[in-house]
Design a protein around this ligand. Structure first.
Ligand SMILES: Cc1cc2nc3c(=O)[nH]c(=O)nc-3n(C[C@H](O)[C@H](O)[C@H](O)COP(=O)(O)O)c2cc1C
Length: 401
């Protein structure tokens, strides 16, 4: 249920910290990779050595650790995780999170993260009931932090009340539920192509186009955020790799096809790369020179059709094959024809004539052409297009099977 998921487990200094050993096991049994951060308080209750043995990974404790910063900075700890889980969460750490305090590794990672955070509070019932703790909890929940427990029961201090850490099994189940609802594409494999291609003329010159790769990269990121194991085959762009995406950087149309074929089988393929239709049939081995004989005669050859080849009937055909149609005229008509001709399921048609500023710009106007008809989406950012498309893909579960 948690296969491929990476949990950063932050253990703070409560008596229930001993249960975090059990929690590591429960999470790993479900398939998750678990990496631990322990506060100084946490390390009073549980040894990093036990956690390292059970998680089979290094345990992180210090913010000012030169080795860790060189090998694994505090930012990287968050980048490498799909979810930050604080269990047990002390009243103290909840207060730090609420107020943005960052005076140790755990609180700094929690402030520096853009990932989802889940907390499992555990403390004496009076600490739990204190208006300061309750206010902090409300603030954190309003910011989207998920809370598991606490439970009612006997306390280590001999009292009875609300404040016991939720059982490790229940915390692991809450983590699974979180991924199932927030990650509807969990367990699915997605392939996205993005960017322009460079078709060599000689060792220093190439034919390219104006695609920035923004739309394809945003789609790969949106699919990965929804839990899909995502491969992005990208032509040359200046964009950073989207988080959590396996990026294969290539140059030419033929490279893209080879990388796509290597990524199969996948459940959904989205071809957003602006692939050159033609290449120079025989790129020169040496730089072409002006030698008074006039311009070189470049004989062109047709490139492979990546969308059509992914959409062709075969055992490896993805359940859903989606292409883009960048058009400068007759946008819908051309997109309809392209869908039929390529054999793909959906075409996202967009007008890329210069007046629209779509190529290289931040926004896009999409018309989704399918067998059912045409959906016109309003003009929106490329990130919003990516999110909407990823949500539509997630609705197609039975086709992805
Ligand atoms: C024996 C003992 C047990 C404690 N248990 C808890 C607890 O269950 N929950 C809690 O919020 N604080 C507990 N505390 C207090 C925290 O350890 C203290 O607030 C500490 O500063 C927390 O540091 P941390 O949040 O950086 O881990 C306990 C302290 C001691 C000495």
């Amino acid at each position: 249920m948690l296969h491929g998921k990476r949990i950063l487990l932050i253990i703070s200094g409560g008596i229930a910290a001993y249960k975090s050993l059990e929690l590591v096991r429960r999470l790993r049994e479900r398939g998750a990779a678990v990496r631990c951060v322990v506060t100084r308080g946490g390390a009073q209750f549980i040894t990093p050595l036990s956690l390292a043995a059970l998680s089979e990974d290094k345990v992180y404790t210090e913010l000012f650790s030169l080795t860790d910063e060189a090998e694994m900075g505090h930012i990287q700890l968050s980048r490498d995780a799909d979810l930050l889980l604080v269990a047990p969460a002390t009243a103290d750490l909840l207060a730090k999170m609420t107020h943005g305090q960052a005076d140790d590794l755990a609180s700094t990672v929690l402030l520096a993260t853009d990932k989802d955070v889940m907390v499992a509070p555990a403390m004496n019932m009076r600490m739990w009931e204190h208006p300061a703790t309750q206010d902090n909890l409300r603030t954190l929940q309003a910011r989207g932090v998920r809370v598991v427990g606490p439970e009612e029961g006997d306390m280590a201090c001999g009292e009875y009340g609300l404040g016991r850490l939720a059982e490790p099994d229940d915390i692991a189940a809450a983590v699974s539920d979180f991924f199932q609802t927030s990650a509807p594409l969990s367990g699915r494999h997605a392939l996205v192509t993005s960017g322009p291609t460079h078709e060599p003329i000689d060792p220093v010159r190439y034919i390219a186009n104006r695609s920035s790769g923004r739309q394809g990269h945003a789609i790969a990121a949106a699919l990965a955020r929804r839990g899909a194991t995502t491969t992005l085959v990208s032509g040359p762009t200046n964009l950073p790799d989207p988080p959590g995406v396996n990026v294969v950087r290539v140059e030419s149309a033929r490279d893209i096809l080879a990388a796509c074929e290597a990524a199969l089988p996948v459940d959904v393929a989205i071809c957003a790369a602006a692939v050159a239709d033609w290449r120079v049939a025989r790129a020169a081995n040496e730089k072409l020179k002006k030698n008074g004989g006039g311009p070189p005669k470049l004989e062109m050859a047709e490139n492979p059709d990546i969308l059509a080849s992914l959409a062709a009937p075969a055992n490896t055909r993805p359940g859903l094959v989606i292409g883009f149609a960048a058009e400068t005229e007759l946008v819908i008509e051309n997109a309809r024809a392209k869908r039929e001709h390529k054999g793909c399921d959906w075409i996202l048609a967009n007008d890329v004539s210069p007046k629209t500023g779509t190529f290289g710009g931040e926004e896009n106007t999409i018309h989704l052409v399918s067998a059912e008809g045409v959906e016109d989406w309003p003009r929106m950012s490329k990130t919003a297009v990516a999110n909407r498309l990823a949500d539509r893909v997630a609705e197609m579960q039975e086709i992805l099977e």
